[in-house]
Design a protein around this ligand. Structure first.
Ligand code: FAD
Length: 539
């Protein structure tokens, strides 16, 4: 056992753990990060998945990473370079039509399907942007806690609530109504009000179900659409881009920022238990029995994992523990990485020579009804017969991932159930479902299958076992109204503090939730610095 007592011990070196560590280090605190995997980055990593082919093997595209965090951590100085796609999205249909979303072309493209939709597109974007602005403003702030009683704590929370109400009061009434719609309605209901074309609705509907095990007609899915709209690339709002070197380039830059501020990061160090001493978190115990002491502990892991397997039973009240046991996890995600000998040629837009649409998020799910069926299938059979797939080919923007002429593609596939019906195991069905995903792409891009040199398939079980994502949940808990804002991860503890003194939440299970944002890590660091300074002052 080491006698060193760190100021803060962080469980997990995902991008939020690293962000939190870097801010704490910059505040002069002595920080130790413990990561179970041999590499840092969590779900934001670049790995060789087939000899000679590297890819962002889990998270695959960047937009939500907060610009303040990029600046504060000087991520560009630490090697991060993010580039825009030449076209944002490409939606082909198997019947040979397509919609291309690209600067200067979008309205004309939409008009191919509906002149009315093309005319309404700008107004729809303005509406979504107004909602995204509110979310952007909330992302780097702790939500007010809903607490009972009339005391100093409840008064301070009421002040925060007042400040929130004041900022919302600036919005005109109709914008407030839309905001309420976006937080509560289904994406399908929201989009049906605006558009008539299936492909235009599918463009936005995809963002509502991505990582979200739901039909686009499930209430609350409009929020997930909004959640995917609050990002930017190099100052250009609601744009998605690519980090040169893959998503691992983001977390490598974060690790450098943390190391520069004195943070000690240890990989291959799996935490077994949070130590509670006299009612406070006093460090952690690793699976090999090593004790690592800290005046505070911050958990980058899914809160369900934290409370059901790391915090000793009895440390939190039984009703809270019961809630954490029922924290809803499971994204419906099946993730593939494929090594390609050549670019795909789409029936709707033939040609293997690199073109703008090859750099886009290629959405293969031509209508909301298709997505609705995909969800129903998955619930009944364990996976969709006709899955929803987004393909991204980052090697069209980045020559560091594969040999010249060859390519790598990410397939983000839905819906699949975290647990299969009748006790079936993903170990027995992974490869058949991977074949189904490839066959689905083949329908849009004949010859795709023959161009595959190698593949990696990650079922929900693999996402859990490899990345520690409980239930394969890419967001550390569903982004549903009951698990958002002041209820993330539980009412009374939405400000990164927890029911155990000295234990903090710094991962995506805290506000504002999942995605490569860095926001939970940033916000948690502020709460920890404040509390430790107060303790030092009192001592
Ligand atoms: C397949 C997939 C695709 C995605 N696509 C995108 C995308 O394109 N864009 C986007 O913005 N977001 C995407 N996301 C979501 C996003 O990647 C995650 O929400 C985010 O990376 C989570 O970051 P985090 O730091 O909160 O947690 P994580 O990245 O999950 O980090 C938690 C860390 O804790 C470690 N850990 C677990 N258990 C222990 C233990 N016992 N001891 C020590 N360490 C432990 C884990 O190994 C991990 O490194 C995707 C996620 C997945 C899985």
């Amino acid at each position: 056992m080491s006698n060193t007592v760190h100021d803060v011990v962080i469980i997990g070196a995902g991008h939020n753990g690293l962000t939190c560590a870097a801010y704490l280090g910059m505040a002069g605190l002595k920080v130790k990060v413990l990561e179970r995997r041999p590499v840092v980055g969590g779900a934001a990593v670049t790995e060789e998945f087939f000899p000679g082919f590297r890819n962002s093997v889990a998270a695959y595209t960047v937009s939500l990473l907060n610009p303040k965090i990029i600046r504060d951590l000087r991520l560009h100085d630490h090697g991060l370079r993010i580039v825009e796609r030449r076209a944002q999205n490409f939606l082909p249909t198997p019947e040979g039509r397509y919609l291309l979303i690209a600067d200067g072309k979008t309205e004309a493209e939409i008009a191919k399907f509906s002149r009315r939709d093309a005319e309404r597109y700008a107004a729809f974007n303005a509406e979504l942007d107004a909602g995204a602005d509110v979310l952007r403003d909330l992302a780097l702030r702790a939500p007010p806690n809903l607490v009972s009683g009339f005391n100093l704590r409840s008064l301070s929370e009421m002040l925060k609530l007042g400040a929130l109400a004041k900022s919302l009061r600036r919005l005109p009434d109709e914008r407030l109504r839309t905001l309420f719609d976006l937080f509560t309605k289904s994406a399908g209901d929201f989009l049906d009000r605006w558009f008539e074309s299936d492909l235009v609705k599918a463009l936005f509907g995809f963002d509502a179900v991505v990582g979200n095990l739901a039909s686009p007609y499930t209430p609350g899915t409009a929020y997930v659409l909004l959640h995917h709209a609050f990002g930017e690339v190099n100052g250009k709002r609601r744009t998605w881009g690519h980090a040169i070197g893959g998503m691992g380039a983001i977390t490598q830059a974060m690790a450098k920022a943390a190391a520069e501020s004195g943070v000690d990061i240890e990989t291959g160090a799996a935490v077994r238990e949070v130590m509670i001493e006299r009612g406070r978190a006093g460090g952690v115990v690793l699976t090999d029995g090593t004790v690592v002491r800290g005046r505070a502990v911050a958990a980058n892991v899914n809160p369900k994992l934290l409370y059901t397997s790391m915090v000793p039973e009895g440390a939190i009240e039984p009703p809270l523990l019961d809630r954490m046991r029922h924290w809803r996890c499971g994204s419906g995600t099946f993730r593939m990485n494929v090594a390609l000998s050549e670019l795909p040629s789409f029936a709707a837009l033939p040609g293997r020579a690199p073109a703008d649409h090859h750099t886009a998020g290629i959405i293969m799910a031509p209508s909301l009804a298709y997505m609705d069926r995909a969800y129903d299938d998955a619930k009944r059979d364990g996976w969709s017969r006709e899955p929803i797939i987004e393909m991204l080919i980052p090697s069209t923007l980045d020559d560091s991932l594969s040999a010249p002429g060859a390519h790598v593609a990410s397939l983000f596939c839905q819906h699949v159930m975290p647990e299969l019906p009748d006790g079936a195991s993903w170990r027995d069905h992974r490869e058949a479902v991977a074949d189904l995903m490839i066959d689905t792409v083949e329908q849009y891009a004949p010859g795709f299958k023959a161009s595959i040199l190698g593949r990696q398939a990650l079922s929900p079980l693999d996402l859990e076992e490899t990345f520690g994502l409980t239930g394969g949940d890419i967001f550390h808990g569903a982004l549903s109204l009951d698990q958002l804002f002041w209820a993330r991860p539980m009412i009374g503890y939405a400000d990164y503090r927890s029911p155990v003194k000295g234990l903090y939440h710094c991962g995506s299970g805290a506000h504002p939730g999942g995605g490569v944002t860095g926001a939970p890590g940033h916000n948690a660091a502020h709460a920890i610095v404040r509390d430790l300074r107060r303790r030092r002052w009192r001592a």
